[in-house]
Design a protein around this ligand. Structure first.
Ligand SMILES: [Zn+2]
Length: 160
């Protein structure tokens, strides 16, 4: 008897988090508590949808429920991308934000920059309008000053 073939899910589950959750709930939580709560939500969504990969798909929305950026969590780091997934915004490590309020404040500031159409240079960490940045790799972003054509190259699509 042939084993039942595992079917691919028809949907990819995304969890939308309203930005006000930051000030209302997250301000009182440690990084670890936030990470564990989100991970349990991720697993519940995986089970409910039949989604089989471990990627987390979290999206922050603004006060009008418009997607601002998406993020994933691995260990003690948040990884942030634009809502369309095309540009990396940067990583927030727990050790850089020992105070919970600082983490929340940083996320709120970054959300405002992204809502204003700005992207963050991965080298100098400054924010620039989208038309003043250069994309590299799959989601990399650098400003013109930091751009090094030998390092910041097109994505490697050759495969292994
Ligand atoms: Zn730069």
């Amino acid at each position: 008897m042939a084993a039942k073939k595992k079917e691919y899910p028809e949907v990819t589950p995304y969890m939308y988090i309203h930005i006000t959750a930051l000030s209302r709930r997250w301000r009182a939580l440690t990084f670890d508590m936030i990470s564990k709560r989100l991970d349990s939500c991720r697993k519940a969504l995986m089970n409910a949808s039949g989604y089989m990969w471990d990627n987390s798909h979290f999206v922050f929305t603004d006060s009008a429920s418009k997607a601002i950026f998406q993020f994933g969590i691995s260990g003690d780091e948040l990884h942030l991308w634009t809502a369309d997934g095309l540009h990396s915004i940067g990583d927030i490590r727990e050790e850089d934000y020992p105070g919970r309020a600082d983490l929340v404040k940083t996320l709120e500031e970054w959300a405002q920059f992204v809502s204003d159409g700005k992207l963050r240079c991965s080298e100098c960490k400054k924010w620039f309008p989208k038309d003043a940045i250069i994309s590299f790799g799959f989601t990399g972003v650098v400003c013109h000053t930091c751009h090094n054509p030998r390092i910041h190259t097109d994505p490697d699509l050759r495969g292994d």
